[in-house]
Design a protein around this ligand. Structure first.
Ligand code: SF4
Length: 409
């Protein structure tokens, strides 16, 4: 499985805690210009992907004039942001058309909309209407990821969210009526004002809507966010880690009792509804990202990204732009052996699937063997029945950062 990620860098307003790359925008003309640029990037990448790195010059991906970029059956498509649900459906349709035309094998150009193994659209509850849902369904969206965050109206206002709890509930119900049978809800815990009781109430509200998937993140104070500025000015201090750990434990208990599988630190799914697109990231499979701020990975050593700058992106992806213009808005790096190992450890140990120690070169495995044995003895790692696999026990996920860093080279 390989993934295609499309970034939509527009939000109607900014949320207090968020530092994702996005511009405040409701201007549909700018959105149309953006989709022009995005379509151009998709076309250009189809023709000359990965030529930024000399080591990639001889790879088959560079001979794309004759080969489809994604010869795999049913890649995943993830449209995230920002707020993709702000885009008018006709603009979303242009994006999907470009993806199909330039990135999918010719055999899939058959008019059917089920060409993606998984097609996720991130949406905000206040953008959801029966009409938008019907349009997304026609495009082939088969998984909705809704940014709910809380079912407490006061906390939603504090976060700067545009929707209410009632709107979120209504959005899920409308999505069900429109035929969406794979719905993920995003929730946030670990911030000042969120008591354990309110958190449990939010979890109960979420579970009552019977989603297939939950993504639950601890609020972090990010540079570039309003909360980050408030923290720097001394106007906000995050709650104690014990509070966050307790809320994470409450989350785990509540959703496990409801039948969810805790398959990644922040992600829970009913069996069979684990995110295929995100799981491929954690397995370090190739993906291609489009749009400002989007990252790509060739599944080996090459990482590539577009700078998070909408104006520069719009200028670089016009039919008249040159390679030089495009290179100016991109970056790339080639991972060293150490980078590869650290990344493999970090991503694999986020998951219940765990880390296969045999993927490490013998000398590297020998170097970390004492740390592995110590963590096993302390109960901070456990062996899976396949003896070469280790993972962090789910009840220790909350302190995973320190466990993982013990295994870095
Ligand atoms: S959380 Fe979502 S809607 Fe809010 S500012 Fe960030 S990207 Fe935009």
């Amino acid at each position: 499985m390989a993934g295609i990620y499309i970034h939509i860098p527009f939000c109607a307003s900014f949320c207090r805690y968020c530092s994702f790359y996005s511009e405040r925008c409701r201007d549909t003309r700018l959105m149309a210009r953006y989709v022009d640029a995005l379509s151009e990037e998709i076309r250009v990448v189809r023709l000359q992907v990965h030529d930024l790195d000399p080591q990639a010059q001889n790879r088959p991906e560079t001979r794309l004039q004759v080969q489809p970029l994604y010869p795999w059956a049913q890649p995943t498509l993830y449209i995230g942001g920002g707020t993709p649900s702000l885009l008018p459906p006709e603009q979303l349709e242009r994006i999907v058309t470009a993806v199909r035309q330039y990135l999918l094998p010719a055999a899939t150009q058959n008019g059917h909309n089920d060409v993606f193994g998984e097609f996720t659209l991130e949406a905000n509850p206040d953008d959801i209407t029966p009409e938008s849902l019907a349009a997304w369904k026609r495009l082939g969206v088969n998984r909705l990821s809704l940014g709910v965050q809380s079912f407490d109206d006061g906390l939603l206002r504090w976060m700067g969210r545009r929707h209410t709890a009632a709107q979120a509930e209504k959005a899920v119900r409308m999505a069900r009526e429109a035929g969406f049978d794979n719905i993920s809800l995003d929730l946030i815990f670990g911030y000042v004002g969120l008591t354990d009781d309110i958190w449990l109430d939010t979890l109960d509200h979420a579970l009552a809507l019977a989603p297939e998937h939950l993504s639950c993140y601890q609020m972090s104070v990010e540079e570039g966010s309003t909360l980050g500025e408030e923290a720097a000015a001394g106007a906000y201090a995050p709650p104690a880690q014990e509070t966050c750990a307790r809320q994470y434990a409450l989350l785990r208990q509540r959703v496990a009792a409801a039948g969810f599988h805790h398959y990644e630190i922040s992600n829970f799914a009913r069996p069979g509804y684990e995110s295929r697109h995100n799981s491929a990231y954690w397995r370090r499979e190739p993906y291609q990202g489009f749009g400002p701020g989007a990252h790509s990975y060739d599944g080996e050593r090459l990482r590539r990204w577009n700078n998070p700058d909408l104006d520069a992106y719009l200028a670089a992806f016009t039919p008249a732009a040159t390679d030089t213009d495009r290179r100016a808005v991109m970056g790339s790096e080639t991972l060293s052996d150490t980078d590869l190992w650290n990344e493999r450890v970090m991503l694999a140990l986020r998951t219940a699937a765990g880390l296969d120690l045999t993927t490490l070169a013998p000398e590297h495995r020998a170097a970390i063997a004492p740390a592995v044995e110590r963590l096993l003895a302390e109960g901070l790692l456990e062996r899976l029945p396949q003896r070469t696999l280790v993972r962090i026990p789910a009840e220790r996920f909350f302190i995973s950062d320190s466990i993982i860093s013990d295994l870095f080279l």
